[in-house]
Design a protein around this ligand. Structure first.
Ligand code: F6R
Length: 615
């Protein structure tokens, strides 16, 4: 949600910042902007909408620029103030000599704004961010030192911020500060960077320093100084990023989403490799740092997450209860944080997050830590703030996910839950040897089965063509695939803007059946051999009797299904307990192809952002 890039160094400043913003654009695309220090003057360029518009503004304004030596840039996901040019970052102080970009929300901005207006500051936008520009400028007038001014200003801010500041009187110095929003320094040679996330700098350096809350980084091309809120210098560890710039390329696919869907078989292979050596040996999950005796006695788990990660958590609940007999609650982070929970030191709290940045989940995790719970984080970003809060960390290793709609990170979270649930079951001794062998064997087969789906996607594409004109969908399932129905419907909603709802099949008759007619297709997830098949079939019949068009997603070979369903999407045979890891793939493709047919912006759907850093 929003992205920041600051640069000072020997390269073309506009190109570096633009490239960095391009690699962050999945985080927000309401507007973009840059402030550049050029000929001892701060020059600001802004555009509405996607980043490409900023490129056009910059080329039209090229006559105004000679050779900028440092700069800061931003892409915005609007929170305070509509997506307009005045509200686009960077924001400047009244005299225009100081510029700031900001991620997060300043909660006390109204009070600060009123005070600053009284002191003569001229505001030009509705944003909370502009308050920071005036506040730092005001502090600078008093302190005559930009570092001290930033420190004094952030002490007055309440809420969440990652900011990057520059002032024309302090040339080629960029200052970053953070609280409850991610920020890092990229370490180069004769150049340095400040950014809100690693993709912004990966083209130029893999060396990174992660700032913690209340830290301030003063960066020039040859120096990096990090201090705490009181000005004491801190020696921070320089870490090396684990991935390559190629992760940010579409590799010939039309969209990142399609590429990421196709990466799933190899991601599963990578995760299983090193965790399941053979079907006779226990799962190796050294990441769980709780001793075996405590795990054996564990009788309560709470899983907190948002969106797609919440759906992975729902599958996780089912697995842990089934394999290990431990009671599991699953809750959206945004609900968990506003109620009195029963979390205590004997509860294992699991936070699930692709980005490791989601504000709701971070707040929930902090609350759980305050109650002395052991916190296990399942995330795709082991470099994230959430990961650093973890007592135990399971990195899902899906690689950077660029498409705003989560796909490969979801499957990676699911596989991590299979491993965790098996691990807990093995420790508690709740699973038979035969069951363990079979399930491990089946897990290892998953990538090949998904490859089969991916190479026979034409039926899914045809189904998407037939159904792309419908405005409403219901996805029904029972048991472990209820989460699959929620997730499939969420994918469709997100990227095609079609009103799709996941619903427990048995609940259809308790209300939603009233909506059914020929305009409301029903997609049923039917896995034979399991306990839910016949019941879902009956629920599908009930929908048919109300003239709904029916789609089956099934591994059944029953030819009679063709008489009941308008379209039968076949998947390879799979046992019910593992079927969520298979069924999610055709539903991702169905959503993708429908959005494609409708000409939607698949990778960057409207109103969304890849990581949601506001509560
Ligand atoms: C959906 C999607 C979102 C995220 C949600 C939580 O495709 O990506 O629903 O799952 O915003 O984000 P993370 O997993 O980063 O905590």
């Amino acid at each position: 949600m929003c992205g920041i890039v600051g640069y000072v160094g020997h390269r073309n400043v506009v190109d570096v910042i633009f490239k960095g913003l391009t690699n962050l654009e999945y985080r927000g695309y309401d507007s973009a902007g840059m402030a550049l220090l050029d000929q001892n003057e701060i020059k600001v360029f802004k555009s509405l909408g996607k980043l490409i518009n900023l490129k056009n503004v910059l080329s039209e304004s090229s006559a105004q620029l000679t050779a900028p030596t440092s700069g800061i840039g931003h892409i915005r996901w609007a929170t305070h103030g509509s997506p307009s040019l005045e509200n686009a970052h960077p924001h400047t102080c009244t005299c225009g000599k100081l510029a700031v970009v900001h991620n997060g929300i300043i909660e006390n901005y109204k009070e600060l704004r009123e005070e600053l207006i009284k002191k003569g500051c001229k505001f030009r936008s509705q944003t909370d961010t502009e308050t920071i520009a005036h506040l730092v400028a005001h502090e600078y007038e008093n302190a005559k030192d930009l570092e001290i001014a930033v420190r004094n200003a952030v002490k007055k801010l309440q809420g969440a911020y990652a900011i990057c500041v520059m002032h024309q009187n302090v040339p080629d110095v960029i200052i970053g500060a953070r609280k409850n929003a991610p920020m890092l320094v990229g370490v180069g040679e004769g150049e340095n960077f400040i950014a809100s996330d690693t993709p912004a700098i990966i083209e130029y350096t893999k060396k990174t320093i992660y700032l913690d809350d209340n830290e301030i980084a003063v960066v020039t091309k040859n120096s990096i100084k990090i201090t705490d809120i009181h000005g004491a210098v801190i020696n921070k560890k320089v870490e090396t990023l684990p991935w390559e710039p190629v992760a940010l390329s579409k590799l010939g696919y039309k969209h990142f989403m399609l590429k990421e869907i196709h990466e799933q078989p190899d991601i599963i292979r990578n995760i299983l490799n090193g965790k399941i050596y053979d079907i006779d040996s226990p799962v190796v999950l050294n990441e769980v740092k709780i001793d075996k005796d405590t795990l054996k006695k564990l009788n309560k788990i709470q899983i907190i997450a948002c969106g797609t990660s919440l759906h992975a958590a729902m599958v996780g609940k089912y697995l842990i209860e089934d394999f290990a007999g431990i009671s599991v609650d699953v809750e959206p982070s945004s609900e968990y944080i506003y109620r009195k929970t029963t979390t205590d030191s004997s509860t294992l709290v699991i936070g699930v997050s692709q980005s490791g940045e989601t504000a709701d989940t971070i707040t929930a995790i902090k609350q759980a830590k305050e109650k002395n719970s052991h916190v296990l984080i399942i995330t795709n970003r082991p470099d994230s703030y959430m990961a650093r809060l973890a007592d135990s960390l399971i990195p899902v290793n899906a690689g950077i996910e660029v498409s705003v709609a989560a796909t490969k990170s979801y499957i990676a979270q699911l596989i991590s839950f299979y491993l965790l649930a098996l691990h807990l079951g093995e420790i508690k001794g709740t699973l038979s040897g035969d069951f363990l062998k079979n399930i491990k064997h089946e897990l290892i087969q998953l990538p090949t089965k998904i490859e089969e789906i991916l190479s026979n996607a034409s039926s899914i594409k045809e189904c998407a063509r037939i159904f792309s004109s419908f405005k409403n969908f219901i996805y029904i399932a029972r048991g472990i695939n209820l989460a699959t129905a929620y997730e499939g419907a969420l994918k469709l909603k997100e990227i095609s803007y079609i009103n799709a709802t996941g619903y427990p099949a048995g609940e259809l008759k308790h209300g939603p059946i009233a909506m059914l007619d020929e305009t409301m297709p029903v997609l049923s997830i039917l896995i034979p051999g399991g306990i839910t098949y016949d019941k879902i079939l009956s629920n599908s019949e009930e929908a048919k009797a109300r003239n709904a068009k029916l789609i089956a997603l099934t591994s059944s070979d029953d030819e009679n299904l063709k008489a009941l369903f308008d379209v039968v999407l076949k998947i390879p045979h799979v046992c019910e307990i593992l079927s969520p890891a298979i069924c999610c793939v055709p539903l991702q493709l169905l959503a993708y192809y429908i959005a494609e047919f409708l000409g939607k912006d698949v990778d960057q759907p409207r109103n969304l952002a890849k990581s949601v850093t506001v509560e």
